[in-house]
Design a protein around this ligand. Structure first.
Ligand code: GDP
Ligand code: CA
Length: 321
C-alpha cells in the first residue's frame, strides 16, 4: 500500500514516526511519502532555510533534539554567536552549527541550479528515513504575515514576535505561479491512502492546499483522505497554531478545523477525521456534515501511542474501501 502524508514540521514528524513504526510492526511493504510544506522556508545570512523539511529529516534520521523539540541533538552554536558579533544574523533566530551545515549544503546546491526537489533527494539520501520527502512545490512561496504595520516574513512573526503581534492574515508570495512538484503530484496521484498530519492547519497544511492544482489532485485521487486533529480539547498540543487560527477567524477546536478543511463530498478535502477522545461530542455533527469522524487518543507521547494514532487513521481510511 502507498501511504501519502501531507504536513509541516514537528507535529507531522511525530505522526510520520508513528506511521513508520506501525508499518514496521505490521511487517508490510507499505511505503510512506510525505508532501512537505515549504511556505515557512526563508533566508538568513544568505542561506536558504527549510524548517519543516529539516524537522522531518532530523526526526526520521534520529538525529533530532527531542528535549528541545527542534534542531539537531548534540548541537553547539559557535557560528551563530560569530554571526551575531558581526551583526549579520537576527539575534532572535539562532541556528546550530550542525544545522548550519545542512543550510550551507542546501544553499550551495540551489545556487548550482538544482531544484528544491533535487535538494530534498540529496538530503534524504544520507540516512535511512523509511519515508520519502517531497516538497509541496519547487517554487518559493514564503508566507508573509499581514499586520497593521504592513507585511513581515512568517519567521519574524513566529520566532521574533512569538505570534504576539496581531495577524490580519497570511499570504504566500508568488503562490499563483506555483505548481505541485513532480514528486508531490505523483505521491498524491498514486496514493492508496492520503493522511493529513496533525500539523498547523493554517501555516503548515494551508499553504500546501493553496498551491494551484493541489486541491484538484486531492479531489480527483481515488484514495480516501483522512485527517488527524492537532487540536485536542480546544488547545494546541504544542506551538502557536491557536494564534494562526484566531487570525483567520477559526475557533481552536477539532470540529472547527475539520469544517475548515470541509467534507470532500461538499468540495472540501476530508473523507474522514480523527479527533481525540475528549472531543467525542464532535463526531455526530461532523458525520452529519459528511465527514466520518472517530474519537481516539491522539496524544503522541512515545512509539506506542504514535503508532496507535497512525493505525487508527489507516483503519478509518480502510473503512472507505
Ligand atoms: P511545526 O511546523 O513545527 O509547528 O509543526 P506542524 O505544523 O507539523 O505541527 C504543529 C501542530 O502539531 C500543533 O498544532 C500541535 O498541536 C500538533 N501536535 C504536536 N504534537 C501532537 C500530538 O502529540 N498529538 C496531536 N494530535 N497533535 C500534535
Ligand atoms: Ca511549519
Amino acid at each position: 500500500m502507498r501511504i501519502t502524508v501531507i504536513g509541516g514540521g514537528v507535529g507531522c514528524a511525530r505522526f510520520v514516526l508513528g506511521l513508520r513504526e506501525h508499518v514496521r510492526r505490521t511487517g508490510s511493504d507499505d511505503t510512506i511519502d510525505v508532501v512537505v510544506n515549504t511556505a515557512d522556508d526563508w533566508r538568513v545570512s544568505g542561506l536558504r532555510i527549510s524548517p519543516d523539511h529539516d524537522s522531518l529529516l532530523y526526526a526520521l534520521a534520529g538525529v533530532n533534539d527531542t528535549d528541545r523539540g527542534w534542531g539537531r541533538t548534540g548541537e553547539t552554536e559557535r557560528v551563530s554567536a560569530e554571526l551575531a558579533a558581526w551583526g549579520t544574523a537576527p539575534d532572535w533566530f539562532t541556528l546550530g552549527d550542525l544545522d548550519l551545515g545542512t543550510h550551507i549544503a542546501r544553499t550551495a546546491w540551489l545556487r548550482a541550479g538544482e531544484s528544491v526537489s533535487d535538494v530534498y533527494r540529496r538530503l534524504g539520501a544520507r540516512w535511512p528515513l523509511g519515508a520519502t520527502l517531497h516538497p509541496a512545490t519547487d517554487a518559493e512561496i514564503d508566507t508573509q504575515v499581514v499586520t497593521r504595520d504592513g507585511q513581515i516574513h512568517f519567521q519574524e512573526w513566529w520566532a521574533r514576535h512569538r505570534a504576539q503581534v496581531p495577524a490580519l492574515g497570511f499570504e504566500q508570495q508568488n503562490i499563483d505561479q506555483a505548481r505541485p512538484s513532480g514528486g508531490a503530484h505523483e505521491a498524491i496521484t498514486r496514493a492508496d491512502v492520503i493522511l493529513l498530519a496533525p500539523s498547523n492547519p493554517i501555516v503548515s497544511i494551508g499553504p500546501v492546499l493553496a498551491i494551484p492544482g493541489m486541491r484538484d489532485l486531492l479531489l480527483s485521487s481515488r484514495a480516501p483522505v483522512v485527517g488527524v486533529s492537532g487540536i485536542i480539547d480546544g488547545s494546541v498540543v504544542r506551538g502557536m497554531a491557536d494564534a494562526c487560527l484566531a487570525a483567520v477567524g477559526i475557533e481552536t477546536s477539532a470540529r472547527a478545523v475539520a469544517q475548515h478543511y470541509g467534507a470532500r463530498r461538499a468540495s472540501g478535502i476530508l473523507d474522514g477525521w480523527l479527533v481525540d477522545e475528549t472531543d467525542a461530542e464532535s463526531v455526530g455533527p461532523l458525520a452529519d456534515a459528511g465527514i466520518r469522524t472517530r474519537a481516539v487518543p491522539l496524544w503522541m507521547r512515545d512509539a506506542d501511542s504514535s503508532a496507535q494514532v497512525a493505525r487508527d487513521a489507516l483503519e478509518l481510511a480502510a473503512s472507505f474501501t
